[in-house]
Design a protein around this ligand. Structure first.
Ligand code: BG6
Ligand code: MG
Length: 222
């Protein structure tokens, strides 16, 4: 039997490591406004953790004409959003790590606890590079190579496998409802960052990353 011991913390990226979730919102809002489709922060919550095309389809649910766009047109719209998003993330610097994250990552590294990024974003590597944080992670998952997206557990399981840690010895950290479901489905302890009414099912929800320390993670791990 494997001894239960905290061996790894697997992080979502957007909205957990840096505030790129806000850039996703801004880029989608620009596209929705251009298309004349209503879009607000409540709808945006449903986009968190969800792949690009699925996010576009959620936005298009509010279009006055259903199925207005062909698959090809939708791909062009998703690319347009991504171009705007990439322009926004080009402004990211190492100062954009969210509060407490730099200390936490160094603390985990000193304690020989492994770390990974399990993001649904195809831009994850670019963001990690802009943050100059690559050396603080043992693995960054490639969203393009993941079969089933969140809320499926795949990206968390693939990350755990790549750092050679059994899922039951991992804690996952997420700001998206779909992400919390994915972490629990992977058999890991889940820490949510944000609103506890949205992140139902998490083992612990913190209002922001400032409160996310090794001690807190160890305590919820039990
Ligand atoms: C997730 C975000 O991390 O990545 C989602 O929470 C986003 O909002 C998804 O849609 C895909 O990102 P990208 O960069 O590949 O369009
Ligand atoms: Mg997120």
């Amino acid at each position: 039997m494997i001894q239960k011991k905290l061996e790894a913390v697997i992080f979502d990226l957007d909205g957990v490591i840096t505030d790129s979730a806000e850039f996703h919102f801004m880029a989608w809002k620009k596209l929705a406004d251009k298309l004349g489709i209503y879009f607000d922060r409540e709808i945006n919550e449903r986009l968190k953790g969800v792949p690009r095309m699925d996010s576009l389809n959620i936005i298009l649910e509010r279009d006055s004409i259903p199925d207005r766009y062909s698959q090809e047109e939708k791909e062009a719209l998703a690319n347009e959003k991504n171009d705007d998003y990439v322009d926004l993330i080009k402004t990211i610097t190492p100062n954009d790590l969210l509060p407490g994250i730099s200390n936490l990552l160094h603390d985990l590294q000193n304690r020989k606890i492994k770390t990974a990024i399990a993001s649904a974003s195809k831009n994850a590597s670019m963001i990690v590079e802009r943050l100059q944080a690559g050396h603080l992670f043992d693995f960054v998952a490639d969203a393009g190579a993941i079969k089933n997206q969140k809320p499926a557990p795949d990206v968390f399981l693939v990350s755990a496998e790549n750092i050679s840690v059994p899922p039951e010895n991992c804690v996952g950290v997420e700001d998206a409802a779909a992400g919390i479901i994915a972490i629990k489905a992977a058999g890991m302890v889940a820490v949510g960052i944000g609103d506890k009414n949205i992140l139902k099912g998490a083992d612990l929800v913190l209002p922001d990353t400032a409160a996310l320390t090794y001690e807190v993670i160890q305590e919820v791990f039990g």
